[in-house]
Design a protein around this ligand. Structure first.
Ligand code: HEM
Ligand SMILES: [Cu+2]
Length: 555
């Protein structure tokens, strides 16, 4: 017999119901058709690879403290940054928010019981796992080409390129199927009254992301198949000796890999658009502008890939066009940043951990985006291409942006996903160490790159050593912050205070059902009568809590 307490918590058989987590056993997970469980499986898997990719990064950083010393061979160094980049990109940052949090929250946010194709959803997860196993298989002769796999080297190296290509092809297929599932779900399963202009902004971000996944991912899949055919059958797609062109590979690779940075960032931006109004207690500013800027970014993002190839000998005209479009894509991005800030203006802002990460996202991603301007300009790009300025830039956008946005989402939705609260005190220490460590690691790299330090070199001239030591120490502090965060997640999952249905007083539909949600999401499909951002200012004017005060979840 189930009944709801005043705060919406479900009780069954005298204890708290674990909702969709109730059923136990391997089969109940391995063969689940529940989007929440499939989302959780993606989260566990991608978080594991985040940690693995982080370990590779720490090893790279240790070597970079000691130029001229054989900590490990230069070949091992090449393998490590290739694995670091590939694991972080293909097995963590692309699937983490869309397939993890997207799978869990899209049906809840639109008022549906599941996605449109639950079996396809489960299949997409196991295709993802199959891809992972193939990629792990390629480690018998690990890749040393960099995560960009440029020809002609990738067509010639002894590493397991063909196997890895097939693994990435499978991971890509999983991404396409997930995108397809979400597009049909958003079009066909919205609750009564949930019109497009009442959709939560995370849904608009996920919708734009799904379109990119479906349209762009086949290109990288085909590119890796062509590379595999060149290696296996000697077909000269990229080999000039056979009439091929190695630059063709770069065009194909970046035609996918630039739009895919929006698969990484648009879902994170969607999370920020959900969190800012809740903790500012103010309606989101410029709802339609934010919604449509997601689609604008997705569209313009298909036409800028050439900015990765300004020094590959392309014509001046092509360079000018790609440079202009690269600046142009910054416009819809800026619209979001301005609207988030306008939403906070005169709000009743509180700094719980989801808000801390969201503010950090706005700061770091804007910083990362602005340094992108230096790289979009033809003249400065020539100076900065393949230096540590680039490494710093994409870590500010991908880590400072997407990973921090992902952490904002995990801290915001943890109570809903688990039915338990995180310790706010631990969350804040995790945030502070990560913030300091991240900036210490990557800020100096802008200067190192500006001063000419090349990326992907295991050795470098001695004048760069002191700042590399600063960067490496920074990566240790950041690792410390990540460890505090993960211990908070684990502690919260097993021993966190019980979470009410709506700890943050949010208005979107996921907060209108129990924590954790029942398998069928809602007892009755809700009827939507208004947009989900009608927040009113907080009445209570009590003193704001001090930063390290015990907060929610600290008992
Ligand atoms: C957690 C802390 C991290 C540290 C300390 C770190 C450090 C580094 C360093 C030093 C390099 C340059 C290696 C070289 O060019 O020689 C690098 C490359 C790279 N990192 Fe990270 N990284 C971190 C997190 C991430 C994350 C979260 C992502 C993506 C989600 C990422 C993606 C990449 C990529 C794609 C490359 C380029 C690899 C290549 O050149 O092929 N990193 N990282
Ligand atoms: Cu790009």
């Amino acid at each position: 017999m189930t009944e709801n307490t005043a705060d919406g918590t479900m009780l069954s058989g005298g204890g708290r119901s674990r909702g969709y987590l109730e059923e136990k056993g391997f089969r109940s997970w391995a063969l689940t058709l529940d989007h929440k469980r499939i989302g959780a499986l993606y989260l566990y898997t991608t978080l594991f690879f985040f940690l693995l990719g982080g370990i590779f990064a720490l090893l790279i950083r240790i070597k970079l403290m000691y130029p001229g010393q054989e900590i490990f061979s230069n070949h091992t160094y090449n393998v490590l940054f290739t694995l670091h980049g590939s694991v972080m990109i293909f097995l963590f940052i692309i699937p983490a928010i869309p397939s993890g949090l997207g799978n869990f929250f899209i049906p809840l946010l639109i008022g549906a019981r599941d996605v449109a194709f639950p079996r396809l959803n489960l299949a997409s997860y196991w295709i993802f796992v199959a891809g992972i196993l193939v990629i792990l298989g390629s480690l018998l002769r690990p890749m040393d080409t960099g995560w960009t796999f440029y020809t002609p080297y990738s067509a010639k190296t002894a590493a397991n390129v063909t196997l890895l290509s097939f693994g990435i092809f499978l991971v890509g297929m999983s991404s396409i199927l997930t995108g397809l599932n979400f597009i049909v779900t958003i079009h066909t399963l919205r609750a009564p009254g949930m019109t497009w202009h009442r959709l939560p902004l995370f849904i608009w971000g996920m919708y734009a992301t799904s379109i990119i996944q479906v349209v762009a991912t086949p290109v990288v899949g085909i590119t890796f198949l062509l590379l595999a055919m060149e290696r296996l059958f000697g077909v000269g797609f990229f080999d000039p000796a056979k009439g091929g062109d190695p630059l063709l590979f770069q065009h194909f690779f970046w035609f996918y890999s630039h739009p895919v940075v929006y698969v990484m960032i648009l879902p994170a931006m969607g999370i920020i658009s959900e969190v800012i109004p809740v903790f500012s207690r103010k309606p989101i500013f410029g709802y339609k502008a934010i919604a449509y800027s997601s689609l604008a970014i997705a569209f313009i993002g298909f036409f800028v890939w050439g900015h990765h190839m300004f020094v590959s000998g392309m014509s001046k005209t092509a360079g000018i066009i790609f440079s202009f479009l690269t600046f142009f894509v910054a416009v819809p991005t800026a619209v979001k940043v301005f609207n988030w800030i306008a939403t906070m203006y005169k709000g009743s802002i509180t700094f719980e951990s989801p808000m801390l990460y969201s503010l950090t996202f706005i700061f770091l991603f804007t910083f990362g985006g602005l340094t992108g301007m230096f790289l979009g300009a033809l003249a400065t790009n020539i100076h900065l291409h393949d230096t540590y300025f680039i490494v710093a830039h994409f870590h500010y956008t991908m880590v400072g942006g997407t990973v921090v946005g992902f952490l904002a989402g995990l801290h915001y939705w943890f109570p809903k996903m688990t039915g338990r609260m995180l310790s706010e005190k631990m969350a804040r220490w995790g945030w502070l160490l990560t913030f300091i460590g991240f900036n210490l690691t990557f800020l100096v790299q802008f200067y190192l790159g500006f001063k000419g330090m090349p990326r992907r070199w295991a050795e470098y001239p001695p004048q760069y050593q002191s700042l590399n030591i600063v960067s490496t120490v920074g990566s240790w502090i950041m690792a410390g912050g990540i460890l505090v965060m993960f211990s908070n997640f684990i502690r919260g999952f097993f021993r966190g205070d019980p979470a009410p249905a709506n700890p943050w007083k949010g208005l979107t539909l996921e907060w209108q059902t129990a924590s954790p949600p029942p398998t069928e999401n809602f007892e009755e499909i809700p009827v939507v009568t208004d947009w989900p951002y009608g927040y009113a200012k907080r009445k209570t004017a009590g003193p704001p809590p001090r930063f390290f005060d015990r907060g929610a979840g600290d008992g």
